[in-house]
Design a protein around this ligand. Structure first.
Ligand SMILES: Nc1ncnc2c1ncn2[C@@H]1O[C@H](COP(=O)(O)OP(=O)(O)OP(=O)(O)O)[C@@H](O)[C@H]1O
Ligand SMILES: [Mg+2]
Length: 663
């Protein structure tokens, strides 16, 4: 089965459509990627700046604590009270400081690192803090501040409430790395420690204090307030900040689905790997609790530089995605509109191309069916117009060629007809000549044999007649014998004339003159008395080379025949003229006699053919005339219908040269 044939228009539109849709799709994909990447990279840049802001807040708080500790440790009254072991004064003073500056703990050790004052839990003193990294540095005379992880045992010393605040269940979180323990008991603190140095420069002890970050939202909420100004998107916070203790959210404003803070949830596995294990900052999209965020994470290090957690800020990805989608939707809409407009334009422009083509197809179909009168009616001056014009020219040429072919056909037919006629005439002529030749031979033989005896009979009968008395009964009989013998002699003479014709003697003659001479011989006969003779001679007829006497014999014979056919009454029209090609002289004799039948017409030039009564004609007149004209290289034609008269036309070649000797 053949595949269905698509029209040219459909093919054109389909191919354009494929190009447009393909191009459209590619530009859509590229456009979408560009828009998305631009927006997302802008968002990532913003988040990076936001993380710097978060660090500022974080470090500011740490420095606050450091300043408080440093300033407090420098107070001389504190030195004095420590030296005098005035526990009550120390406790009261330091408790005021802790409450005044909202610290979670504030402790004082002696020079060996033994806790002397524990403001939050005054009952618990005497433990050794000299192993603590910060305290030991303070005891060496340096004021330090850093984030630190504190085990539950140490937290408990500060108070069970603080240990409880730090303790949190590790919640199962999508995309987080698995973790064996399901409870975290340690806490992360911002801690500072400073030495107490007396006037002589001796280190009396160390003052250290800090802030437990677990479930303390002060820093993260400040970050959010400063950076994101509490912006919301569809009821959800756009910006979030988190402090991680290792991979665990201990302080955050990322919310669970129920709206509670996502404390106890964990960071995704890939972020944990990059930031906690490899110490790299992470700036990318990340899955946070239950949504995608554009995020920035950086490790939080303790005083020794070890990674103990992460600081995070992030923005909801959704607003950016929605913006991207909106842009893309507008873009797609515009592209679709362009496609529709293009298709409409395409439809009309293909119509402009297809219509003339269709006209040409129709025209070719007409022409294929043989109708060459069809033309393509296209007036445009573009390639199609040129094609149509060439097509029309081609049709014209085809028409002309066709016309010529038909004409040639006709001419050929006519020529074949003419040639056939000529051939038939020539054939008839040949037959006639043959007949005449054989008859002539026979007649000549007989004539020769009887000519001499006839001569004898005529002489002796003549002598007898002369010697016989007119009254003798034999006289009349002898007279008849002499007359009939003379007639026989005449017939034999004519026969010999026919059989052994004399060679013509050519001289330059005037045909009109010869015709006149012929007429003058017969005109006075009784037979011509009631015959009207019309003469229509061409006065400018050229003279020609011929035997005048022989021609006169021919013309006389024809004129007598005509008079006999008209029975002595009628009109004889004699005309001389030239043929249009100026090669022959024509002498026509038209009578109004009884005419000649078709059958007789074929035989009149035969010797002895006569329709006249016995004794009236020999039937040799036309036979002799024929052979004379033949010797002149001319012809005799007969035009006749029975009862409508007859016309004899003698045609003689015009010869002006002196070549009579040759013929
Ligand atoms: N003008 C004519 N009209 C009708 N028939 C003619 C005419 N001329 C000749 N014929 C016919 O042709 C025949 C032959 O003519 P042709 O001159 O050869 O012989 P003829 O006239 O019969 O005898 P001859 O001429 O020997 O005395 C005639 O007998 C006649 O029948
Ligand atoms: Mg005759």
């Amino acid at each position: 089965m053949n595949p269905p044939q698509l029209s040219l228009r459909t093919k054109l539109i389909l191919s354009f459509l494929v190009v447009i849709i393909f191009g459209g799709l590619i530009s859509l994909i590229i456009g979408w990627r560009i828009v998305k990447n631009t927006l997302i990279s802008q968002a990532q840049l913003k988040v990076k700046h936001d993380l710097s802001a978060a660090w500022m807040v974080f470090n500011e708080r740490l420095n606050d604590i450091k300043d408080i500790i440093a300033l407090t440790s420098a107070r001389e009254s504190l030195h004095q009270a420590l030296q005098e072991k005035r526990q009550d004064i120390l406790l009261k003073y330091l408790q005021r400081v802790r409450q005044g500056y909202a610290l979670d703990f504030l402790n004082l050790t002696d020079a060996r690192g033994q806790v002397v004052i524990r403001t939050r839990n005054p009952a618990h003193t005497g433990d050794d803090q000299s192993n603590d990294e910060l305290v030991s540095r303070a005891l060496q005379g340096v004021t330090v501040a850093a984030p630190q992880i504190i085990p539950r045992k140490e937290l408990l010393k500060e108070g069970p409430d603080l240990a409880e605040r730090a303790k949190m269940k590790i919640l199962p979180t999508p995309k987080a790395a698995p973790r064996e323990e399901n409870i975290e008991t340690r806490g992360m603190v911002l801690k500072a420690a400073a030495p107490l140095i007396d006037e002589s420069g001796q280190i009396l002890g160390a003052l250290y204090g800090g802030l437990l970050l677990n479930r303390n939202y002060e820093i993260v909420d400040r970050v959010k307030g400063i950076v994101y100004k509490d912006e919301k998107y569809k009821g959800r916070e756009i910006g979030t900040a988190t402090i991680f203790q290792h991979d665990l959210r201990i302080s955050t404003n990322v919310r669970n689905k129920d709206g509670s803070r996502a404390i106890g949830t964990r960071v995704s596995r890939e972020v944990s790997q990059a930031v906690l294990k490899e110490g790299q900052p992470w700036i990318d999209r990340a899955f946070v609790v239950n949504d995608w965020y554009i995020t920035a994470y950086e490790p939080i290090r303790n005083i020794e530089g070890r990674i103990i957690g992460m600081l995070y800020v992030g923005m909801l990805e959704k607003p950016y995605l929605d913006t991207t989608n909106r842009v893309m939707l507008t873009f797609t809409g515009m592209a679709s509109l362009c496609v529709v407009v293009l298709l409409i334009i395409l439809y009309f422009s293909t119509t402009r191309i297809i219509n003339p083509l269709q006209k040409m197809v129709t025209a070719t179909q007409w022409i294929a069916q043989g109708d060459l009168s069809h033309k393509v009616d296209v007036t445009s001056s573009d390639e199609i117009g040129q094609l149509a014009a060439s097509f029309n020219v081609m049709v014209d040429n085809l028409k002309e060629a066709n016309r010529k072919l038909i004409e040639w056909g006709k001419t050929l037919e006519k020529k074949v007809e003419e040639r056939t006629k000529e051939l038939c005439a020539m054939q008839a002529h040949l037959i006639q000549s043959e007949k005449l030749a054989s008859l002539g031979k026979l007649a000549a033989g007989i004539a020769h044999e009887i000519n001499n005896p006839l001569g004898g009979i005529l002489i002796y009968s003549h002598l007898l007649l002369e010697d016989t008395d007119k009254n003798s009964p034999h006289y009349e009989n002898l007279k008849k014998i002499v007359k009939e013998t003379a007639r026989c002699k005449e017939i034999v003479k004519r026969l010999l004339e026919f059989a052994r014709p004399k060679e013509p003697e050519f001289t330059l003659i005037d045909i009109n003159e010869i015709v006149e001479k012929s007429l003058s011989i017969v005109e006075r006969q009784v037979l011509f008395q009631n015959i009207k003779i019309i003469k229509d001679y061409d006065p400018h007829l050229p003279r020609t080379v011929a035997d005048g006497a022989q021609l006169q014999q021919v013309f006389t014979n024809i004129i007598i025949n005509a008079a006999e056919a008209m029975n002595g009454q009628g009109t004889l029209t004699i005309k001389t003229y030239r043929d249009p090609e100026d090669k022959y002289l024509h002498i026509s004799f038209a009578d109004t006699g009884h005419g000649i039948s078709e059958e007789d017409k074929r035989r009149i030039f035969e010797p002895f053919f006569t329709t006249k009564e016995v004794g009236q004609g020999t039937g040799l007149g036309l036979a002799i005339s024929y052979s004379i004209i033949q010797k002149h290289q001319g012809t005799i034609e007969v035009i006749s219908q029975p009862q409508e008269g007859a016309t004899f036309i003698v045609k003689l070649p015009i010869r002006k040269d002196g070549d009579e000797e040759k013929t």
